[in-house]
Design a binder for this molecule. Structure first.
Ligand SMILES: CC(C)(COP(=O)(O)OP(=O)(O)OC[C@H]1O[C@@H](n2cnc3c(N)ncnc32)[C@H](O)[C@@H]1OP(=O)(O)O)[C@@H](O)C(=O)NCCC(=O)NCCSC(=O)/C=C/c1ccc(O)cc1
Ligand SMILES: O=C(O)CCC(=O)C(=O)O
Ligand SMILES: [Fe+2]
Length: 362
């Protein structure tokens, strides 16, 4: 017999939505009931499941050692990876491993809170849109739900964070952002030099790193990971995303071989950070740097967490190909778009691969 919530059989999708979404139990609450199979709303159509034959085990994204970051070879490796892969890992980046461990512990602390505590930060209850606890990406728009809960923290100021962010993780997330900012600046400087942008002035700084959103992602144990997704295929809307993952694995990036229907695992490396180009940098660079599709498969025996920092333009910025990039006579592929409109378009629909960027195409 299917597990029950109260006296109702756990097959009715409205009961699941109520338990998971409205009452703040999240998919973590479902997972902890020890279900034998994922409930129907979580079953993905065949075309969205990651078939093992599409995984290319012999390939991997570049791993870049940042210890001698002033060496031009490092800049050239970063620009090369951003062009060809859109994804790379960095090691020896100077963000202390304790800072990373602390933010991982803080993530567990938040998700281990009782449902009613976490639900204070839900879309309905949160004191601000800048703090949101939720599940899946866009439950209202999705045909099948993702096996993921999240806390999303949009940074406005330390003062606002101290009033609005959950105390169990606030300081650790702020510390992670502060320490990572140094490496973000180095990477952006290298990427801009690769585009012939000599100086990052205030306008460019805003376009490249004017706003920061940090998500704490929690992927609970899934009874049948092959039938579900942790995160569906998508590209990020950021300029750059800095991702901290734990030791479990499960992140896959679209490969660039053959017809492109192949996926590469991003292996966890202790102390490393995964970097990926987002749509905003693809647009600013007129497609020199590529935002690449990726997805997450939940684990059958372990809970997994990840903590992406999305480095973005300011919502009020207008983004389009940079003049420096078009100086050589290159035709612009993208029009000028208001970044908040771009983000709204992204949040309004279910994940759908690289579809969001079409919003900015000429
Ligand atoms: C322009 C925004 C996006 C919307 O503002 P708004 O029009 O005043 O309205 P809301 O804040 O009420 O949000 C509108 C819709 O956006 C969605 N949304 C608003 N934040 C959120 C939120 N953190 N989460 C998931 N829905 C949201 C949400 O669906 C919501 O729909 P609804 O409440 O049903 O009307 C505004 O929040 C804003 O300027 N935010 C700052 C810019 C910003 O967030 N940049 C971050 C870009 S990177 C990023 O977030 C990547 C996230 C991501 C996440 C998961 C992934 O799998 C992959 C990537
Ligand atoms: O959990 C991961 O490894 C990646 C998550 C992701 O792609 C995202 O939050 O945008
Ligand atoms: Fe992502």
């Amino acid at each position: 017999m299917a597990p029950t919530i109260g006296d109702r059989q756990f097959t009715d999708s409205s009961i699941i939505t109520n338990f998971v979404i409205n009452r703040g139990n999240g998919v973590k609450g479902l997972s902890e009931m020890g279900l034998k199979a994922p409930p129907k709303p979580y079953i993905q159509p065949l075309e969205e499941r990651l078939c093992i034959s599409k995984i290319v085990p012999q390939q991997s994204i570049p791993i870049i050692d940042m210890s001698h970051w002033k060496n031009p070879q490092v800049a050239s490796a970063v620009c090369d990876a951003a062009e060809k892969w859109g994804f790379f890992q960095i090691v020896n980046h100077d963000v202390p491993v304790e800072v990373l461990d602390n933010v991982k512990d803080a993530t567990y602390r938040f998700f281990d809170l009782p449902a009613d505590q976490k639900n204070k930060y839900s879309k309905e209850n949160s004191a601000s849109n800048n703090v949101r606890f939720g599940t899946s990406f866009s439950p209202e728009a999705e045909k099948s739900l993702e096996w993921k809960d999240y806390l999303s923290l949009f940074f406005v100021s330390e003062e606002e964070a101290s009033m609005l962010w959950p105390p169990v993780c606030r300081e650790q997330v702020l510390d992670y952002i502060r320490r990572t900012e140094v490496v973000i600046k180095k990477l952006l400087q290298m990427l801009m030099e690769g585009l012939n942008v000599k100086e990052i002035d205030d306008t460019k700084r805003s376009l490249l790193m004017g706003s920061i959103r940090t998500n704490l992602n929690y992927y609970p144990i899934c009874p049948d990971p092959e039938l579900t997704v942790g995160v569906g295929r998508h590209s990020d809307v950021s300029t750059l995303t800095i991702l901290l993952q734990d030791e479990i694995g499960g992140l896959y990036v679209r490969g660039n071989q053959g017809d492109g229907d192949n996926w590469i695992h991003v292996p966890p490396i202790k102390g490393s950070l995964v970097i990926n180009v987002g749509d905003a940098l693809q647009i600013l660079s007129n497609s020199r740097y590529k935002s690449v599709e990726h997805r997450v498969i939940a684990n059958g025996t372990k809970n997994r967490i990840s903590v992406p920092i999305f480095v973005n333009p300011k919502p009020t910025d207008i983004i389009g190909p940079l003049v420096e990039v078009l100086q050589n006579g290159e035709k612009p592929i993208y029009k000028q778009v208001l970044y908040s409109n771009y983000v709204k378009h992204f949040f309004r629909k279910a994940h759908d691969g690289k579809k969001t960027v079409e919003f900015a195409e000429i």
